[in-house]
Design a binder for this molecule. Structure first.
Ligand SMILES: CSCCC(=O)C(=O)COP(=O)(O)O
Ligand SMILES: [Mg+2]
Length: 245
């Protein structure tokens, strides 16, 4: 059972892939871009802290302490093939994508209802956060380069699997609440396309809304046990509970 809350503004925490943005855009535009640059990144910037930490984590995960660039890239591409949200993969993608966005080679995608709703919630006094498997550096590049310019001023913080923990376990949502300094978990509303993530947030006492957009990979799976919407425009945050109109 979730705790009650007043009608005070809430903390809205959004997932990216399948929620604010199309999975197909990310897998077709961003994933190939990262594949193209993994080897070069490891060879030319391997001593940078983020790159070195991620390479060490890949070696540990594959159980090959001596793995060189070729073997690491093979592991990264295997995870990408299966869209596995492995933290060091996401860290390296974030470093690569940050450069791609900065140079103008990459652009981000948002469903047409997402940006107006984010702006409206921010204007209404709600605080906005991102919790995505995409690294914080990828999130900053993504939200910093929308077709409508930078959306970063709308957000009060960004969380990923390195800073908060895996998205399918409740303690990660507790960690976000602690980082935000919020003691009432019912003041959070988490929006995601993946039911296991919504379940974990709900277990932590958060409110949830399942975002179920036609054409998305998890559409058929559904979001049983959570209010469901196909558009941010239908989410009303003015009452004690998020309502889908
Ligand atoms: C452009 S942000 C990175 C997107 C990404 O790589 C990813 O895995 C997003 O997964 P999510 O947790 O947002 O569904
Ligand atoms: Mg998602």
């Amino acid at each position: 059972m979730t705790a009650s809350r007043t009608t005070a503004p809430v903390h809205v925490v959004v997932d990216i892939e399948g929620t604010t943005s199309a999975t197909g855009f990310i897998t077709e535009q961003l994933y190939p871009y990262s594949r193209k640059h993994f080897a070069q990144l490891l060879d030319t910037r391997g001593t940078e802290p983020d790159v070195a930490r991620a390479a060490a984590a890949v070696r540990e995960l594959i159980g090959e302490p001596e793995a060189g660039t070729e073997r690491i890239v093979e592991a990264l591409n295997g995870w990408l093939d299966r869209d596995e949200k492995v933290t060091p993969l996401k860290t390296l993608q974030g470093v690569i994508w940050a450069e791609g966005f900065a140079s103008g080679e990459l652009t981000s995608h948002f469903y047409p209802d997402a940006i107006p709703a984010l702006r409206a919630w921010h204007a209404a006094g709600h605080t906005l956060y991102v919790f995505s498997s995409g690294s914080v550096s990828a999130q900053l590049a993504w939200f910093g380069h929308s077709a409508e310019g930078s959306l970063l001023p709308l957000f009060s913080g960004h969380f990923d699997t390195e800073t908060a923990g895996p998205k399918k376990i409740a303690s990660s949502y507790d960690a976000i609440a602690a980082a935000v300094g919020e003691t009432d978990p019912a003041r959070f509303v988490f929006l995601s396309d993946l039911v296991e993530e919504l379940d974990a947030a709900k277990e932590a006492g958060w409110r949830t809304v399942g975002v179920r957009r036609p054409g998305e990979p998890y559409y058929a799976k559904g979001v049983a046990g959570h209010p469901e919407t196909d558009s941010f425009a239908r989410i009303d945050l003015s009452g004690a509970e998020p309502v889908v109109r």
